[in-house]
Design a protein around this ligand. Structure first.
Ligand SMILES: CC(C)(COP(=O)(O)OP(=O)(O)OC[C@H]1O[C@@H](n2cnc3c(N)ncnc32)[C@H](O)[C@@H]1OP(=O)(O)O)[C@@H](O)C(=O)NCCC(=O)NCCS
Length: 179
């Protein structure tokens, strides 16, 4: 009997010609609040050259199919996980963790001391992934996801050793962040 072969998806920089397949995944994975083509174009416009503030990646399987993507934006010493997504048939294989690892490497390259992200309050799977990497909940953004009016949990990863307990205390008090 032949063992099934599993090819580990390859991570590479996302380019403009990846936008169409990324949009397909985006619509399937974020049916209520999918990004538009223009949003990806404008992110990629800042992803190259010495002034780049964005890092976008795609994961490509052995057949050249895109099975994941992720992006990070930096602003001063703050970075934001803009998006991260994995095709449903690849969930639980560690691909989300690989993409996040690359984003955190990019944050280091951008000299960012803190990484922030927003996550739907009901997206427990994603929150568990972020927690494994040391992200801590620091507050909420009410009605952040429209039109469904779903709240976002704001999470933060910091390199400063003593700020973790402050973040925990904030989350216990349910600190609300405006915006
Ligand atoms: C959130 C998301 C990116 C996670 O991607 P993923 O590839 O499933 O992530 P991972 O495989 O690295 O980790 C997820 C789980 O699989 C488990 N896992 C990792 N590698 C594994 C392996 N080789 N075999 C079995 N399970 C494994 C992990 O332990 C983890 O489980 P846990 O959450 O119970 O700890 C993915 O579910 C997704 O795209 N969701 C829709 C879009 C989305 O919500 N994005 C986030 C917006 S905030």
């Amino acid at each position: 009997m032949t063992e099934p072969t599993t090819v580990t998806p390859r991570l590479r920089e996302m380019r403009w010609w990846d936008i169409d397949p990324v949009l397909e995944l985006e619509k399937a994975l974020f049916p209520e609040d999918a990004w538009s083509r223009g949003m990806f174009w404008s992110e990629l416009a800042h992803s190259r050259g010495p002034e780049a503030t964005r890092r976008y990646l795609v994961a490509e399987d052995g057949d050249g199919r895109l099975v994941g993507y992720a992006g990070l934006a930096s602003s001063g010493d703050l970075a934001d996980v803009q998006t991260i997504a994995v095709a449903r048939d690849h969930w639980g294989t560690g691909l989300g963790a690989r993409l996040l690892t690359e984003l955190l490497r990019a944050a280091t390259d951008f000299d960012c001391a803190e990484v922030l992200l927003e996550c739907r309050i009901d997206n427990v799977r994603a929150q568990k992934l972020y927690e494994r990497f040391g992200f801590e909940a620091i507050g909420f953004r009410r009605g952040y996801y429209q039109p469904g009016n779903v709240d976002a949990l704001v999470m933060r990863l910091t390199t400063a050793a003593d700020s973790g307990s402050a973040a925990r205390a904030n989350s216990e008090q349910g600190t609300e962040i405006n915006g």
